[in-house]
Write a protein that binds this ligand. Structure first.
Ligand SMILES: C[S@@+](CC[C@H](N)C(=O)[O-])C[C@H]1O[C@@H](n2cnc3c(N)ncnc32)[C@H](O)[C@@H]1O
Ligand code: SF4
Ligand code: SF4
Length: 309
C-alpha cells in the first residue's frame, strides 16, 4: 500500500505507443522459495532481489502505463507477489481484470471476483524437491484455511517438467476434492542451451505427456482447465507453427512483460523482457500453455464442450 509521505520518483520507461490489452508485472524480485525450474531468476533477466521502486511510484507508473497502452488485464507476479500484498491489492483496483500468481505459502489472498493461481508442481513427493521441503502441506493448509465463501476464484497450476511429469495423474487425484475452481497445467519453458535436464530434448517425448493431460481432461472435464484444441497444438508436429524458432509466431509477445530493473538512478525501473518468460528462452521448445491457448482461441470456429478461457 502507498505509504503516507512516499513520493513518486519518476515516470515509467518508454515502451512505445502501441496498445497492450494484457500485461504482467513483477511487483517484487524477492521470493521465499528457490524453485528448480524458475525462469525469473535466470541470469539474463532484470531480477536483482532488492525492491527499489516504492509503492507510490509503482502505483503511479502502472496507472500511467495502463492509460498509455490501454492495458485492461494485469497479471501480478514476482518473485512472490504476496510479499507486497498491500501494494498488489491497491494496484489491482487500477485494472478491469486482475489475476495473482502466487506460491501460496503466505496464505491465499481474498480478492472477490478475481482469480488467484496457486502454484504446486505435483503431489508432495514430486512438488517438494522442486518447490522446497514442506511447501505442499503449507499450500494445502492455505487452500483449506481460507474463507471459502469470499468469492475468490482459486486455481492450482502445475508446471510440468521431466522431473514431475510422472505425477500428473496422482496430483489430480490428490487435489480433486480440494476447494478449488480447477487445475491448470503448463509445460516447462527452457532457456537456450538448457542443461538442467528438466526439459524434453525431443518434443515427441513431450507428446506422450500432452496425451496424458488430454486423458485427464476427458476424465475430469470441468476440473481440468485446458482446451483440448490448445493441447493438440502443443504436439511436436505442429507446435512450431504457434511458437516459431524465435518467437516469431507467438501471440504471447502481444503481452507487455514488466520486469523490475535497477533503473539509472538505482530507484527501480520497469524493463520489457523478450517475453513474459524473460530474456533467455528457447521458443522452439516452449511449453507455455497460454501460447497455444491464445492461438487456439484465435483459430477456433466455435467453443467446444469443456473449453475454458
Ligand atoms: C514465476 S512464478 C511467479 C509467481 C509465484 N512466485 C509462483 O510461484 O506462482 C509464476 C509461474 O511460473 C511457473 N514457472 C516458473 N518457471 C517456469 C518455467 N521455466 N516454465 C514454465 N513455468 C514456469 C511457476 O511454476 C508459476 O506457476
Ligand atoms: S515461488 Fe515462483 S518466483 Fe519464487 S522461485 Fe518459485 S516459481 Fe520462481
Ligand atoms: S518462450 Fe514461449 S512465450 Fe516466450 S516468446 Fe517464445 S514461444 Fe512465446
Amino acid at each position: 500500500m502507498a505509504k503516507r509521505g512516499q513520493i513518486t520518483s519518476h515516470e515509467p520507461t518508454d515502451f512505445g505507443d502501441r496498445d497492450f490489452p494484457a500485461a504482467l508485472v513483477n511487483v517484487t524480485n524477492v521470493c521465499n522459495l528457490e524453485c528448480t525450474h524458475c525462469f525469473v531468476f535466470r541470469d539474463d533477466n532484470p531480477n536483482s532481489a532488492h525492491d527499489k521502486m516504492n509503492d507510490a511510484t509503482m502505483l503511479h507508473q502502472l496507472e500511467a502505463l495502463r492509460d498509455k497502452h490501454n492495458i485492461r488485464s494485469m497479471l501480478f507476479m514476482g518473485g512472490e507477489p504476496m510479499i507486497r500484498k498491500g501494494l498488489v491489492f491497491e494496484a489491482m483496483k487500477l485494472f478491469e481484470h486482475a489475476t495473482i500468481a502466487t506460491n501460496g505459502t503466505y496464505g491465499i489472498p481474498s480478492v472477490p471476483g478475481h482469480v488467484v493461481s496457486v502454484s504446486l508442481d505435483g503431489p508432495k513427493h514430486l512438488n517438494d524437491p522442486i518447490r522446497g521441503e514442506g511447501v505442499f502441506d503449507k499450500v494445502k493448509a492455505s487452500i483449506h484455511d481460507r474463507d471459502l465463501s469470499d468469492g475468490t476464484v482459486v486455481m492450482l497450476q502445475m508446471a510440468i517438467t521431466r522431473d514431475n511429469a510422472a505425477g500428473i495423474e496422482e496430483f489430480v487425484e490428490a487435489v480433486k476434492d480440494w476447494p478449488i475452481a480447477g487445475v491448470a497445467f503448463t509445460f516447462y519453458v527452457p532457456p537456450l542451451n538448457d542443461t538442467s535436464g528438466q526439459g524434453w530434448d525431443n518434443l515427441t517425448e513431450r507428446d506422450s505427456v500432452v496425451d496424458r493431460v488430454l486423458a485427464l481432461k476427458d476424465k475430469y472435464l470441468l476440473l481440468i482447465k485446458a482446451n483440448r484444441g490448445a493441447l493438440g497444438m502443443m504436439k511436436s508436429d505442429v507446435s512450431l507453427n504457434y511458437t516459431g524458432e524465435e518467437g516469431e509466431n507467438c501471440l504471447m509477445r502481444n503481452l507487455l512483460p514488466l520486469y523490475m530493473g535497477d533503473g539509472p538512478d538505482g530507484k527501480g525501473a520497469f524493463e520489457r523482457t523478450f517475453c513474459c518468460y524473460g530474456n533467455d528462452v528457447d521458443c522452439a521448445r516452449c511449453g507455455a500453455y497460454a501460447v497455444f491457448n491464445a492461438a487456439y482461441k484465435k483459430e477456433r470456429p466455435r467453443p467446444q464442450a469443456g473449453d475454458v478461457d
